[in-house]
Design a protein around this ligand. Structure first.
Ligand code: F6P
Length: 344
């Protein structure tokens, strides 16, 4: 291990921001300070490495910079999706900046796209590469939770609980679209916690069976309307149905005469103050990242499994998308069966 006094950490946030990213940056800066290590922040995701010379996109982070940010959503380092990071030119420029700034270890807080950038950098720069999982999608393999997921779920639940009140008053049917890109972690957790009558996600709804699934859905909604006299909420994953909840609502109207109100929660799920669970996870992971650097670890993602912090090879974290727990999917299927039989 090199002399700790000479180590210098670079840090950036990349991809979709997630509540708790600020808390993770704070933890890295405080832990690094403990070891007398400087932390240089690169702004606007990987653009901060690639365009570091053009605008002021890199700066040493002072302790005062991380004062009072643990409770703030977003990321004060800003974020971006940077496709140039997967080009030869972009990688060379990033490596050049890291060398010029005497960085020994780079910490990237982000999701799978961001970690692919980290892995690509491996062949161009010899320093330590550490990922901290920060994405509301919770889809990184090897960690039970990613920073931001708990807050996003909470935000969506609060919104749908409100929708339920007005839906009940009118005995209306709502189609509520939640984020998650191509994973149903948010959809299932939110749907079940809201007592949604239906949860439609990649894990239980395939495009190939679309027609038959739609007929079953329409029949179940009609049965519930005739027998339960209450609201009916369908939580649907974004990117599942072409055109999203709005188009599915139109389709249900056209094919089955069912009136649905579509509501796309969208980016509201990415914002807001992180819930305690995300603040704690971010703080543990930020400290663990600095400890991993001190221990000479490389090409790893900081993870948490069964409440214990551990390291996962970056390759593994991005190789497969983490699947939604079968227990959750089964729970929803069982609850749905009761609803359909009008047993509660
Ligand atoms: O990855 C986080 C996420 O919020 C996904 O859930 C969503 O599909 C995507 O980012 C949206 O990205 P953008 O804000 O760039 O449209």
């Amino acid at each position: 291990m090199s002399n700790i006094q000479s180590k210098r950490i670079g840090i950036l946030t990349s991809g979709g921001d997630a509540p708790g990213m600020n808390a993770a940056i704070r933890a890295v800066v405080l832990a690094a300070h403990h070891y007398h290590i400087d932390v240089m922040g690169f702004y606007y995701g990987y653009n901060g490495l690639i365009c570091a010379e053009s605008i002021n996109q890199a700066k040493l982070i002072e302790l005062s910079d991380v004062n009072s940010i643990i409770h703030r959503g977003g990321t004060f380092l800003k974020s971006a999706r940077c496709h140039k990071m997967l080009t030869e030119d972009g990688l060379q420029q990033a490596a050049k900046t890291l060398k010029k700034e005497n960085i020994d270890a780079l910490i990237v807080i982000g999701g799978d796209g961001s970690f692919n950038g980290l892995l690509a950098l491996k062949d161009h720069w010899q320093g330590q590469l550490i990922g901290i999982p920060g994405t509301i999608d919770n889809d990184l393999d090897g960690t039970d939770f990613t920073i931001g997921f708990a807050t996003a779920v909470n935000t969506a639940i609060e919104a749908i609980d409100k929708i339920r009140d007005t839906a009940d008053a009118f005995e209306r049917i709502f189609l509520v679209e939640v984020m998650g890109r191509h994973s149903g972690h948010i959809t299932f957790n939110v749907g079940i916690a809201c007592g949604a009558e239906q949860v439609l996600s990649f894990e239980n709804f395939s495009v190939a069976e679309q027609q038959s699934k739609l007929e079953i859905l329409a029949a179940e909604i009609k049965y519930a309307q005739q027998n339960r006299h209450s609201s009916y909420i369908i939580v649907i994953a974004e990117n599942l149905w072409s055109g999203g909840a709005i188009e599915l609502a139109k389709k249900l109207k056209k094919s089955a005469g069912i009136e649905c109100t579509a509501c796309v929660l969208g980016h509201i799920q990415r914002g807001g103050s992180p819930v305690p669970k995300d603040r704690l996870l971010a703080t543990k992971m930020g400290v663990a990242a600095v400890q991993a650097i001190m221990a000479g670890e490389n090409h790893i993602m900081i993870a948490e499994q069964h409440s214990a912090t551990c390291y996962i090879a970056l390759e593994q974290a991005v190789k497969h998308r983490k699947v939604v727990s079968q227990q959750l999917i089964d729970a929803q299927t069982n609850i749905l069966a009761l609803t359909a039989q009008n047993q509660y």
